[in-house]
Design a protein around this ligand. Structure first.
Ligand code: NAD
Length: 497
C-alpha cells in the first residue's frame, strides 16, 4: 500500500490543513497506526467547495463523449492499480484480502466503467407539441456542486457510488469519506488526476462528521448533499440540509430479513444465510440479519448455520485463506459485543460465537461469527442495526406471519425470500418493504441496477441510470412555434381582439 501525499485533495492537488485536529488511520486487524493526518477545518472545506465551483462550468459544458472518455480512462487507471488499492483497503478497513481483490476493487472498477458509458445516455424526453402552439423539450442538467459523505464499511466502493453518477452527469463533487478510512478515496482522487479528470471536478476532504462533514453539509454553496451512513447521522444531516433547502439523497441503515419458506432448498438457504450474514464481517447495510424460518425447517436450518459458521476461518487479513477479518475498528467490535450481551439479557441464546477470539487475534478487532436464537421480535437485536457478524433466527408458521415479521422493523433496504413456489416468490417480492428483494439469493449487486432504501433506510438510488434522477434536474423548455405576436391564450389575461 502507498500513503497519500496530503490529507486532502483539492483542485487536483494534495492539500494539508495544519490547523485541523489529528486523526489516526488504524489497521483494525493489528491495532497498528498506519497514518496520522490533520482533519479538514471549515476553511479547508470552503476551499474545496471553491475548487468544485471553479471546475463546474467547464465540466458541465463538456460533451457526454468527452466526459465518457476520461471516465473510461479512470476505470483503466483504477484497474491498473487494483492490487495496490486492494492492499490499502484491506489495511485500513480490516477486510480479508480475498474480499478486497474479488469484490471491493473490481466492483468499483465496474461501477466506474458503467458510468463512463451511462454518461452518454443522459437523455431528456423526446420533443412534442403538447400545447399545439409550442415545441416542448426536456433538458436533463447537472445540479451543481455536490457534497458527498461516505461510510467506512466499503470505503472505495462507497466513494465510487457517490462520485461517479454525480460527475458522469456533469456535476462536480466534494467528497468526505469516513474519517477512519480516507486512504482509498484519496487514491481515487489521485487516479482521477492521472486519468485526465479536470482539476476540481473531484475533491476529497477528510475529517470527522461533526467538524468536516457538517461544514460541508451546512454550506449554502453546495447544491446537493448525498449521504451514505447510519440512520441517526443521516437524519441529523437532513436537518442541516433543510436549513438551506439543499437537495438531499440519503442511503441509510438496513436490517435485512431472510425469509425461508417451508419448501425452500435448505442447503442453499443455509449457505446463503451464512455468506450474507458474514460478508465484510456483517458490516454491510444489506447483510442478512434476521432469518425467519418455517417451523418445519427451523431445527435443521439452525444446526446447518451453526455448523457452517463454526467452519469459518478468522485470520490475518493479508492471508488468502482468511474468510472473516476483524470489525472495522475496536469501537465497532465493542458495539457489536454490547449488543449481543444485551440480546442475551433480553432472552436470546447464543448457539455459536458470541465472543471475541483470544490468542493471535486478540490484538485485532475480531468477533466470532454469531448465531442467536430465541430473540424476541421486539428486542433490540431484531429491531436495530448490529453491523457485525451476527444472525438471529426466528421461527414462523404461516406466510402471512413471515411477511409481517419481515416488515416489522423501521428499515427497508434489502430482503430475501427462499422458496421454490413461483407464486410465493412473486408475493414476497411484492410485499417485502425494501429497495432490493432477492429470490433464492442474498447480497449480489450489479452496476446496471439501482440500490437504495425506503422507510428508515432513506430514499434515492445509487448505481444504475436511475441514480441520474438524484444528480440531475429536469428543465422544461417551451418554444413558441406560431411566430404570432398575439397568442390565443393571452386573451384570457387581456382581451385585445
Ligand atoms: P455514520 O453515520 O457514523 O458515518 C457515515 C459518514 O457520515 C461518515 O463519513 C461520518 O464522518 C459522517 N458523519 C457522521 N456524523 C455526521 C454529521 N453530524 N454531519 C456530517 N457528517 C457526519 O455511519 P458509519 O458508521 O460510517 O457507517 C455505517 C452505516 O452506514 C450503517 O448504518 C450502514 O447501514 C450504513 N450504510 C448504508 C448503505 C446504503 O447504501 N444504504 C451503504 C453502506 C453503509
Amino acid at each position: 500500500m502507498r500513503l497519500p501525499e496530503g490529507a486532502h485533495h483539492i483542485g487536483g492537488a494534495p492539500y494539508d490543513d495544519e490547523e485541523g485536529p489529528d486523526q489516526e488511520v488504524v489497521d483494525p486487524s493489528t491495532g497498528e497506526v498506519l497514518w496520522t493526518y490533520p482533519a479538514a477545518t471549515p476553511r479547508t472545506v470552503d476551499r474545496a467547495i471553491g475548487a468544485a465551483e471553479a471546475a463546474l462550468p467547464g465540466w458541465a459544458a463538456a460533451t457526454p463523449a468527452q466526459r465518457s472518455g476520461v471516465l473510461h480512462a479512470l476505470a483503466a487507471e483504477l484497474d491498473r492499480t487494483a492490487e495496490e488499492l486492494a492492499q490499502t483497503e484491506t489495511a485500513q478497513a480490516g477486510k480479508p484480502i480475498r474480499l478486497s481483490r474479488e469484490f471491493d476493487v473490481p466492483g468499483s472498477v465496474d461501477n466506474v466503467a458503467f458510468f463512463a458509458g451511462a454518461a452518454r445516455r443522459l437523455d431528456g424526453m423526446a420533443a412534442a407539441e403538447w400545447s399545439g402552439a409550442h415545441t416542448s423539450t426536456v433538458r436533463r442538467e447537472p445540479v451543481g456542486v455536490v457534497g458527498s459523505i461516505a461510510p467506512w464499511n466499503y470505503p472505495l466502493q462507497m466513494a465510487v457510488w457517490k462520485v461517479l453518477p454525480a460527475i458522469a452527469a456533469g456535476n462536480t463533487v466534494v467528497l468526505k469519506p469516513a474519517e477512519t478510512t480516507p486512504l482509498t478515496s484519496l487514491a481515487l482522487a489521485e487516479a482521477c488526476r492521472r486519468a485526465g479528470v479536470p482539476d476540481g471536478v473531484v475533491n476529497v476532504v477528510n475529517g470527522p462528521g461533526p467538524l468536516t462533514g457538517e461544514a460541508l453539509v451546512a454550506s449554502p454553496r453546495i447544491a446537493m448533499t448525498s449521504f451514505t451512513g447510519s440512520t441517526a447521522a443521516g437524519r441529523h444531516v437532513a436537518a442541516l440540509a433543510a436549513a438551506n433547502g439543499t437537495r438531499l439523497h440519503l442511503e441509510l441503515g438496513g436490517k435485512a430479513p431472510f425469509v425461508v419458506f417451508a419448501d425452500a432448498d435448505l442447503d442453499a438457504a443455509v449457505r446463503g444465510a451464512v455468506a450474507a450474514a458474514l460478508i465484510n464481517s456483517g458490516q454491510d447495510c444489506t447483510a442478512a440479519t434476521r432469518a425467519y424460518v418455517h417451523r418445519s425447517a427451523y431445527d435443521s436450518f439452525v444446526s446447518g448455520v451453526a455448523d457452517l459458521m463454526a467452519s469459518v476461518r478468522l485470520g490475518p487479513t493479508r492471508d488468502e485463506d482468511t474468510d472473516q477479518g476483524p470489525l472495522a475498528s475496536s469501537r465497532q467490535r465493542d458495539r457489536v459485543a454490547a449488543m449481543v450481551e444485551q440480546a442475551v439479557a433480553d432472552g436470546a441464546r447464543v448457539v455459536t460465537g458470541g465472543r471475541a477470539p483470544g490468542g493471535e487475534l486478540a490484538a485485532g478487532a475480531y468477533y466470532e461469527p454469531t448465531l442467536l436464537v430465541d430473540a424476541a421480535q421486539r428486542s433490540a437485536v431484531v429491531q436495530s442495526e448490529v453491523f457485525g457478524p451476527v444472525l438471529a433466527v426466528l421461527p414462523f408458521d404461516t406466510a402471512d406471519e413471515a411477511l409481517a415479521l419481515a416488515n416489522d422493523v423501521p428499515f427497508g433496504l434489502a430482503a430475501s425470500a427462499w422458496t421454490r413456489d413461483v407464486f410465493l416468490a412473486q408475493r414476497a417480492s411484492r410485499e417485502l418493504a425494501a429497495g432490493t428483494v432477492w429470490i433464492n439469493d442474498h447480497i449480489p449487486i450489479v452496476s446496471e441496477m439501482p440500490h437504495g432504501g425506503t422507510r428508515g433506510s432513506g430514499y434515492g438510488k445509487d448505481m444504475s441510470i436511475y441514480s441520474f434522477d438524484e444528480y440531475t434536474q429536469l428543465k422544461h423548455v417551451m418554444s413558441d412555434i406560431t411566430g404570432q405576436a398575439h397568442k390565443a391564450w393571452q386573451d384570457t389575461v387581456f382581451r385585445t381582439r
